[in-house]
Every structure is written in structure tokens, then in C-alpha cells.
Design a protein around this ligand. Sequence first.
Ligand SMILES: Nc1ncnc2c1ncn2[C@@H]1O[C@H](COP(=O)(O)OP(=O)(O)OP(=O)(O)O)[C@@H](O)[C@H]1O
Ligand SMILES: Cc1ncsc1CCO
Ligand SMILES: [Mg+2]
Length: 289
Amino acid sequence: MEDKAHDAPQQHPTNILNSTESWPQQAWTHLESLRQASPLIQCITNFVSMDLVANVLLSAGASPAMIHSIQEIPDFTPKTHALYINVGTLTSEWLTAMKMAAQVANECKTPWVLDPVAAGASGFRLKACLELLKLRPCVVRGNASEIMALFKGSVDETSKGVDSTHESTDAIEAAKSLAQITGSIVAVSGAVDIVTDGQRVVGAKNGVPMLQKITATGCSVTALITAFVAVDPLRPLQATATALSIFGLASEIGMDMAKGPASLRTHLIDALHGLDRATVLQRVNIGNV
Ligand SMILES: Nc1ncnc2c1ncn2[C@@H]1O[C@H](COP(=O)(O)OP(=O)(O)OP(=O)(O)O)[C@@H](O)[C@H]1O
Ligand SMILES: Cc1ncsc1CCO
Ligand SMILES: [Mg+2]
């Protein structure tokens, strides 16, 4: 893909979807566009997730770059088609880089997506996530506990760190309110993935429970959302729902060959790479919650 400044219409295609298209058709259009455009996705993500995030993005068709130093952001962030920020292994130095990258992305009108890992686990992390939210991410994707902590704005006394202690459906009202307050699309992962713009609420129902036994699958699906937003920036709600569903569908296919979490991780990446039109049209399951 050429430099964004020289190739803007192709990088940010508008109206790539006909609004009357079915969800499975929208999902296929997004995946096909991703494979064709191969957008550059800057990832400022945690140490645990870097390998899986990069491999999920590559297997889906995107071009990931794990570049996070403040010295590089002014040069590099303007070249990217979307930015992914994940606070999983946060320090004050990383937070400075995240804010700088979000600000540069905003100046360039580049969409960026936030994963507020363990938002309620500590005061430092919660404050950092709330400050990042003020920088207007296009999409925020967390588990139920994370989204509820952001909405309440208080440290979660029952926090289990990066894992959720709630079902995604427990967080629907918090997600809607958070979307209304921030203007971001808010997604809550779980058995059913919830996506809302504050008015509409959509459920993405693909996936297997064993995803919870592989670290950083949540981080990786947020990265995939970032890539889908890169190819359809004007429809972040649709891009978020289809990314969640495509990731879940790849896990369903991977599960047929997996013996446990370690082999599911491998087969998930293979399945994402091999997903074809017929399977997407037949099996993407998005609808009312
Ligand atoms: N019970 C479930 N059944 C099916 N899929 C699930 C279930 N729970 C989670 N998932 C899927 O697992 C993936 C990760 O979601 P999860 O809610 O575990 O994220 P997370 O807690 O942020 O994970 P991490 O912090 O490890 O990255 C998502 O694709 C989600 O749809
Ligand atoms: C286990 C873990 N700890 C901080 S980030 C991370 C990856 C899953 O969120
Ligand atoms: Mg997470």
C-alpha cells in the first residue's frame, strides 16, 4: 500500500457497503476489503499480546506495526491507516506515548481504537483510561467488567485483573450510556458480543468459550476491529460487529481441529487466513441481542 497522503480515496473508501446488505454480506465485504487494501495498523499494545495481535492482523490481511516510542510517533503515526491502543501493561511512559499517538491520529483524522484492559483494577489505570477516552477513540472494546468500571468511573473492588467477573449482557446499559457520553462505539465481548452507538444495540453471536483460555484473544479481536474500521471508517458500528463475528467464526472453525487452548490459538490464525465467502455468508451470526 502506498503512502496515505498519495492514496487517500483508496485508503478510506466511503460507502463500501450498501446499507441494505445483510450482516453476513457486510462481514464478507469488510474481510475482502481488508485483504485487498492491507491497511497499516499501528499497535501500541501490551507485551503479552504483541505476538497474537500481530499474527491475527496478518492472517486477516492487515499490516501490523508494533511501534510505540515517543521519538517515532510524530513520523510514523501519520502514515498509518488506523491506530490501536491497548493499556494491558501500562506504565506512565507508555501512557505518554499513547496520548501522543492518539493526538497525532486525531490531527490526521485517522481512526483509533481503545482496549481498556483491566480498567477498574487500579486508580492509575482507571484515570489513564478515562483520559484516553477524552481523546475520542472511534471504538472502545472491553469485557463487561472493564466497560462497567469505565461507566461508573470508580475502581472495581471485585476486579479479577484482566478477566471479567460479569456477563456481557450485564453491561448493556453501561455500554449504551458510555457511548452516549463519549460519542465512541462501545463493544462488550462475551458469550454474545454487544456493540452499541448509544441508540442501536447489536449482538455478534459467533465464538467459542475456549477463547477465554487463550491470553490476549480480547486484545486481538480489538486489533481486528481496528483493521475493519480502517477499511470502513464511516461505519464503525458495522465494522465492529463484523470484526467480532469474523473472529468468533474463525474460532468456531479452529475449534473443530483443536485439542485445547494452545492448538486453538494456531487453528484460529489458520482459519482467519482461510475464511471463504460461502462460509462467511452461511455462518456469520449478527442480530438483535
Ligand atoms: N462464553 C463465551 N462464548 C463464546 N465466545 C466467548 C465467550 N467469552 C468470550 N468469548 C470471546 O472471546 C474473545 C475474547 O473475549 P473476552 O471477553 O475474553 O476478552 P478479554 O477479557 O478482554 O480478553 P483478554 O484480556 O485476555 O484479551 C472474544 O472474541 C469473545 O467474543
Ligand atoms: C495477562 C495480561 N496481563 C496484562 S495484559 C494481559 C493480556 C490479556 O489481557
Ligand atoms: Mg481484555
